[in-house]
Design a protein around this ligand. Structure first.
Ligand code: SF4
Length: 288
């Protein structure tokens, strides 16, 4: 089988940076290296990191009370998704070294939300209200933050006044953002709109379109089922009209289905490690 691997498949720079920061502490013998929630949304990679001494505490949304004790060598690392100012204060008060590994692209969104909140703007965030990035960003909007994911959500917004700004969770679809931004502008003509979908997300999404153009008959998407950007890639494959096979590992590949294709594309979410992508490609290439 011919396999075309998307150039962007795998870790984005923000995830890689957060992993490198946590690993650096672990390699210097710091212990425990805590992360407030899973460092990345990939079970297999989390297993690797756990063996290296990186210990996830708390919950997916970074809201739970942490039952951790300060030890001489302990350190708390913040994930690439970022956290709210309140959470930052809480983690710093644990008394151990605090290291912020928030992706700088998320930091830019948080800075924008904070700046506009200070000027009296209400912020509308396009995203998933349960995603830790969105929960963190809402904290910067102070009292004036709303999360929307659809036209119905926009219709259900209360009156927001004259000063409204809109940003996006970093991993959303650009087309959906633009549609919803246009809708919001009808209701709030003076709305300040910022497309804050990150470059890494845009590259992954345009690579799916490219795989379709290169003649792939189906696309395998590798990544965690809780990874927002992986789920979006799978949805985008379906939008291209191609069969999509979303797997977490090569063990889930359905060869009886896949062997009917001559050319298959492979892509992976921003939290999928290279070793899982390599394994899938090797197995697919071996298919007769
Ligand atoms: S998906 Fe984008 S914003 Fe999120 S960690 Fe990666 S580079 Fe940063």
């Amino acid at each position: 089988m011919k396999v075309i691997r998307a150039k962007s498949a795998g870790f984005c720079w923000g995830v890689e940076r957060a992993i490198d920061i946590a690993r650096e502490y672990a390699s210097k013998g710091r212990s425990p290296v805590y992360t407030d929630g899973p460092l990345i949304h990939n079970r297999q990679m989390m297993e690797v990191l756990t063996k290296e001494g990186i210990r996830e505490v708390g919950d997916y949304s970074s809201q739970a009370e942490l039952n951790v004790k300060k030890e001489d060598q302990s350190v708390m690392v913040v994930r690439a998704h970022g956290i709210s100012p309140e959470r930052r204060k809480y983690l710093k008060n644990l008394g151990m070294e605090f290291r912020d590994a928030t992706c700088p692209d998320v930091g830019i969104i948080a800075g924008k939300v904070r700046m506009y909140a200070k000027k009296g703007y209400v912020t509308v965030i396009f995203g998933d209200p349960k995603h830790p990035e969105v929960i963190g960003l809402l904290g910067y909007a102070e009292a004036g933050g709303h999360v929307i994911a659809s036209h119905e959500d926009i219709a259900a917004l209360p009156a927001l006044g004259e000063k409204v700004c809109m940003v996006s969770q970093s991993t959303m679809f650009t087309d959906e953002f633009q549609n919803l931004a246009a809708d919001l502008k009808l209701r709030y003509p003076k709305v300040e709109i910022f497309d804050t979908i990150c470059g890494a997300t845009k590259d992954r999404q345009s690579d799916v379109v490219e795989l379709a153009k290169q003649g792939c008959q189906a696309i395998v998407v590798i990544g965690g089922r809780h990874s927002a950007n992986t789920v979006k890639l799978a949805k985008l494959v379906e939008i291209q009209g191609l069969p999509c096979y979303h797997v977490e590992t090569a063990a889930e590949l359905d060869f009886s289905q896949l062997q009917r294709y001559q050319t298959v594309g492979v892509t992976a979410g921003a939290s999928t490690p290279a070793f899982l992508i390599d394994e899938v490609c090797v197995k697919l290439e071996a298919l007769k």
